[in-house]
Ligand binder design. Structure first.
Ligand SMILES: NC(=O)c1ccc[n+]([C@@H]2O[C@H](COP(=O)([O-])OP(=O)(O)OC[C@H]3O[C@@H](n4cnc5c(N)ncnc54)[C@H](OP(=O)(O)O)[C@@H]3O)[C@@H](O)[C@H]2O)c1
Length: 305
């Protein structure tokens, strides 16, 4: 390993960035940047991207910053586009300028959810909302920019920190007798720590081998094994929680998307096929239920969420 490797991690205290700051520390010096850190980077300010990259001179840039408010994005299209579409392209151009490689994250929401088998990387995207469309634009901007890059498409991210579905369900289970949860959208809940660990494994394999980066450059799907509806996910969360504490929740009721309308349309079925990542790098995440049990064990034993 290069003795003084520098890894620029973007995304502040976001779910994935927070984990990356820990898991990537064995691979080099991590320079973590957020909107409120020093050095700081606001991706809404396009002119500040190249100077920051030139100042840090990283070997790798790992971009886990994103505009992730799926429903709000329908109203704030310009902000979502600035962070998810324009900034990733500028980051990739900056990476090319300083000779760095870029790792970036994207989403299952680039697909429309009409497939009848798990989506492969080269299936035709057709985003249903602003968030998915801006993330797809970001993917395309990176591919054009001229650096070597990896785009890891993940889904339904949750973990012990940040705003996420698992934490919301645990809170609501303490407060309400009934949780009503959508049962006609299917995907793969994926633990932010597993995303970071898989990223570290891939990076460790590619190392400083430019030819390997060039060969490996591309899009990879990275989600937990298995699939679930939001209702399955919520049921598993509450079932586990109930074994540890007394909760108000008596039942988790299955409802339809039509019963719970949201500003953004979401794909009804967005399970991703993870074989390419397994074939190329030998990395495969465990089943979502295994991960969920581990995350909740952490919360039960060591934290006060
Ligand atoms: N969350 C999911 O369910 C999900 C699903 C599929 C794919 N993904 C992708 O996975 C990656 C990581 O997502 P995550 O779940 O870790 O997201 P997250 O927890 O929402 O974190 C996103 C981070 O991006 C930062 N950010 C937003 N706007 C910014 C700006 N203008 N300048 C600088 N930083 C900015 C946020 O900073 P502030 O704290 O300052 O706002 C936040 O720390 C993203 O690419 C996302 O699109 C996520």
């Amino acid at each position: 390993m290069k003795a003084d490797r520098r890894i620029l991690v973007l995304g502040g205290d976001g779910q994935v960035a927070w984990e990356l700051r820990r898991t990537l520390a064995t691979l080099g010096e991590v320079i973590a940047v957020g909107r409120r850190t020093e050095p700081a980077l606001d991706l809404m300010q396009p002119d500040s991207i190249l100077p920051l990259v030139e100042q840090v001179r990283p070997d790798w840039i790992v971009n886990a910053a994103a505009y992730t408010a799926v429903d709000k994005a329908e109203q704030e299209q310009e902000s979502a586009a600035a962070v998810n579409a324009i900034a990733p392209g500028l980051l990739a151009e900056a990476a090319a300028r300083v000779g760095a490689q870029l790792v970036h994250y994207s989403t299952d929401y680039v697909f429309d959810g009409t497939a009848d088998r798990p989506y492969k990387e080269d299936d035709v995207p057709n985003p249903q909302g602003v968030y998915g469309r801006t993330k797809l634009d970001g993917e395309e901007a990176i591919a054009k920019a001229g650096c070597d890059w990896l785009i890891l498409r993940t889904a339904w991210v949750y973990g012990t920190r940040g705003g996420n579905f698992m934490r919301t369900m645990r809170r609501l289970a303490r407060e309400r007798e009934e949780l009503r949860v959508v049962a006609d959208q299917r995907g793969a809940p994926t633990w932010s720590r597993h995303i970071a660990e898989a990223t570290a494994q891939v990076l460790a394999q590619l190392g400083d081998d430019r030819a390997a980066w060039h060969r490996g450059c591309g899009i990879y799907h990275l989600t937990s094994a298995g699939e679930a509806t939001w209702h399955d996910f919520a049921s598993a969360i509450v079932e586990h929680q109930r074994r540890q504490e007394t909760v108000a929740c008596q039942r988790v009721t299955a409802i339809t998307t039509a019963d719970y309308p949201t500003p953004a349309r979401r794909p009804a079925w967005s399970v991703l096929d993870n074989d390419k990542l397994a074939r190329t790098f030998g990395v495969r995440l465990p089943d979502w239920r295994v991960a969920l049990a581990q995350v909740q064990d952490d919360l039960d034993n060591y934290a006060n969420p």
